[in-house]
Design a protein around this ligand. Structure first.
Ligand code: ATP
Ligand code: SF4
Ligand code: MG
Length: 363
């Protein structure tokens, strides 16, 4: 917790390692029945009571199957969505701690230029009728940061930083390849000099070789501009290569959180074990040591999450208690946290550990 109790209006930040502290965050979308007498028939629990801290300068990975709530969590942080409940405490460049979840549009403005998003699709996310100067310069105009020749100069500098030629700033998106368009996306996100960048599947649509170049670019830019990333991805190989810590999400909840090496070597949640078992390993020795854990396709309905542990309907280790009692996310080993009643007892298989995954099988 912050020593000072921050308010939506903002209070001075005390010495605190958190750039962003999410507390009990929930986002529920109404399900509406269509027709003459349209009414709300239920809610999709896209994000469900998430607690998460993002430390300054880290790359925090957010992984999980499609529909688990990764994008919605990112959108709540960037405030493209207003969360239904909870707090998003952000320590601004001005040193003040604010609850982004409680701010109105006017109050949000200065912070939205500090928290920016890079989206997945380099094709659909760029307006085909705007040239590079307009696309990359637009946030400068929107946040009243620069106009005219200063704006153009800043766009030219930023294009160079992402490996594009400023000579091309009057060209339109169709003239660029997928990798180049993603560089444009990154330039547009970074032009406001943000402190936190949320990358939402930013390399997923790219070919493997281009993906490596964009990952290198993100790393270089992080060093140069002192950035913090929330790196959203369903690709655990990519996450392993770039993230310092990883949060695993299932049905709107964080079920495991640990340093990357620790999480991959020694997962403490059966869901993480299953995700890791599906990661392709180029080294045949490592391939032989892990068996693929197949999860059933019946991903529960986020409008009606199961009772007890949300994962119990698909978990190979579930016991009676799991269907009635919900496990909290709690420390298992140092800073390693997991939400499983049996995480201290299970001997789960990580990547390349070669251990047996069944409880009681031993090392
Ligand atoms: N605007 C919306 N209205 C209603 N439901 C929504 C909305 N946005 C997301 N959802 C639902 O919320 C849940 C979480 O979706 P979200 O897009 O955050 O998942 P995700 O983990 O990013 O998935 P993916 O890996 O496919 O991108 C899903 O059930 C989705 O259908
Ligand atoms: S609490 Fe039970 S169902 Fe949930 S992950 Fe742990 S063993 Fe599986
Ligand atoms: Mg998504």
């Amino acid at each position: 917790m912050t020593a000072a109790a921050p308010s939506a209006a903002g209070t001075p930040a005390e010495a605190d390692p958190a750039l962003l502290r999410i507390e009990d965050l929930s986002m529920r979308f109404p399900i509406r029945r269509r027709g003459l007498f349209a009414r709300t028939t239920g809610h999709v629990h896209a994000v469900n009571g998430v607690d998460l801290t993002i430390r300054p300068g880290e790359v925090l990975g957010l992984v999980g199957e499609s529909g688990c709530g990764k994008t919605t969590l990112g959108r709540c942080i960037a405030r493209s969505e207003k969360p239904t409940e909870g707090r998003v405490e952000y320590t601004g460049a001005d040193g003040r701690v604010v609850d982004l979840a409680g701010l109105d549009r006017r109050e949000l403005r200065p912070y939205q230029s500090e928290i920016r998003v890079v989206f997945q699709d380099p094709f659909s996310s760029l307006n085909p009728r705007m040239n590079l100067l307009q696309i990359v310069g637009d946030p400068l105009r929107a946040y009243d940061l620069a106009t005219g020749s200063e704006l153009e100069e800043r766009v030219a500098i930023m294009l160079r930083k992402v490996g594009l030629s400023p000579a091309h700033m009057r060209r339109y998106p169709h003239a660029f390849s997928g990798g180049e368009r993603q560089r444009v996306n990154i330039a547009r996100a970074l032009i406001t000099e943000p402190r936190l960048v949320i990358t939402d599947e930013a390399v997923s649509a790219l070919d493997v070789s281009i993906r490596a170049q964009i990952l290198n670019l993100l790393r270089d830019l992080q060093d140069e501009f002192d950035l913090t990333y929330l790196f959203i991805s369903h690709d655990l190989s990519v996450v392993e290569s770039i993230c310092n810590r990883v949060a695993v999400m299932y049905l709107g909840k964080i079920v495991e959180l640990a340093d990357t090496g620790e999480l991959y070597r020694r997962p403490r949640h059966p869901y993480t074990e299953a995700l890791l078992s599906a990661v392709p390993r180029p080294d045949p020795r490592l391939r032989d040591q892990t068996r693929r854990i197949r999860l059933s396709d019946d991903f529960p309905d986020p409008a009606a999450p199961p009772p007890g542990c949300f994962f119990h309907t698909r978990c190979h280790y579930a016991q009676d208690r799991c269907s009635t009692e919900r496990p909290d996310l709690r420390a298992v080993d140092g800073t390693h946290r997991a939400a499983c009643h049996f995480s201290a007892d299970l001997n789960l298989v990580g990547v390349g550990t070669g251990r047996s995954g069944r409880p009681g099988d031993g090392d």
